[in-house]
Ligand binder design. Structure first.
Ligand SMILES: Nc1ncnc2c1ncn2[C@@H]1O[C@H](COP(=O)(O)OP(=O)(O)OP(=O)(O)O)[C@@H](O)[C@H]1O
Length: 313
């Protein structure tokens, strides 16, 4: 488990992280979302014990990261922002070095190294200096280092940064496969990542928690939640049919592709009525979809409207 209590970091007069408190349980993957400079990396560094808080504290698997740093670091894997240090080492040397630092010996050392290399597909770059690798491979080397000792707690700062879409997918699958018995925090700018791997998301801006909810709960805050979108062969015919559906509060048409979005009146559901109305009027429809909500819009609304006041769900 990871717990922070009023975790705060100040640089002079500037407050980078402002009294952040949260708990993450085993089996949960917490996504840390926020605009640039929100305080995500600073929070993760403090939880990982790499930066001392100005006030407040954090525990990892019950160990206080400041009072019991060795115990906390033993159960923790941390992937910092950017590339691993020691760029002049080859991948093999780096992994051996981390294995030494982690005190891995004998058969377990062999198994763990083999497992990390296999999971991150590093076989063909093992003899290459880290500095000469592509950004995606450097990220994967960093990830291999962070999971080498099979830690119970993982703190991953933008784990898919720099990866191509296929590699992103592989790393998300890797995180999902490890999620069952670990406590994981990831930071990301990618809203699709929240869907793909996170059981919960914390949105921060200006160092403060603005939302703490499941991805579905966040989607439910979207104005698109329960809206119905469609494209029809004839726009006017479709609009005429929708005009007969009493529970529609408003309709918008995207001028680029003529996609219609119909918004329900509060608490009403309109999908079936729309489908029936279109059929009754013989309107040819190419696509008809019920929207769960749009995380990008929720993210924008929450972070742009930030007044500095906490708005938890
Ligand atoms: N050593 C430092 N001295 C002064 N200010 C700092 C220092 N480190 C970070 N900051 C400031 O603290 C704020 C939070 O930075 P942080 O790196 O945690 O943001 P972030 O959410 O991780 O951003 P990004 O998404 O761009 O990585 C920023 O305004 C940053 O400039």
């Amino acid at each position: 488990m990871i717990e922070t209590r009023q975790l705060t970091k100040r640089y002079g007069d500037f407050t980078a992280v402002d009294a952040i408190s949260f708990k993450v349980e085993p089996g949960q993957v917490l996504g840390f979302l926020g605009p640039n400079g929100a305080g995500k990396s600073t929070t993760m560094k403090m939880v990982a014990g790499f930066l001392a808080p100005t006030s407040g504290g954090a525990t990892v698997a019950g160990f206080d990261v400041e009072q019991q740093p060795l115990e906390a670091k033993r159960v923790l894997g941390y992937l910092p922002e950017g590339a691993p240090s020691y760029g002049e080492m080859t991948v093999r040397e780096f992994i051996d070095f981390i294995a030494d630092v982690r005190g891995l010996t004998g058969e377990r050392r062999f198994q763990r190294i083999d497992d990390a290399i296999g999971r991150l597909h590093l076989e063909r770059v093992l003899e290459q200096p880290i500095d000469t690798l592509s950004k995606g491979f450097r990220r994967r080397v960093g990830l291999a280092g962070s999971i080498l000792h099979d830690p119970k707690v993982l703190i991953l700062d933008e784990p898919t940064d720099g990866l191509d879409p296929n590699q992103k997918q592989e790393v998300r699958t890797l995180i999902n496969s490890m999620a069952r018995d670990k406590t994981i925090i990831i930071s990301t700018h990618l809203l699709e990542e929240v869907h793909a791997v996170c059981t919960r998301a914390i949105i921060i801006a200006g160092g403060r928690v603005l939302a703490d909810a499941t991805p579905s709960e966040l989607e439910a805050r979207s104005r698109y939640h329960q809206a119905v979108s469609l494209t029809a062969g004839n726009l006017q015919e479709a609009k005429d049919a929708l005009a007969k559906v009493a529970d529609i509060a408003a309709i918008e048409v995207d001028p680029q592709d003529n996609r219609i979005t119909a918004f329900p009146k509060p608490g009403r559901s309109i999908f079936v009525a729309i489908s029936d109305a279109l059929k009754a009027q013989n309107v040819a429809v190419r696509e008809l979809a019920l929207e769960a909500g749009r995380l990008d819009e929720v993210f924008r609304t929450i972070t742009q409207g930030a007044t500095g006041k906490e708005a938890r769900t």
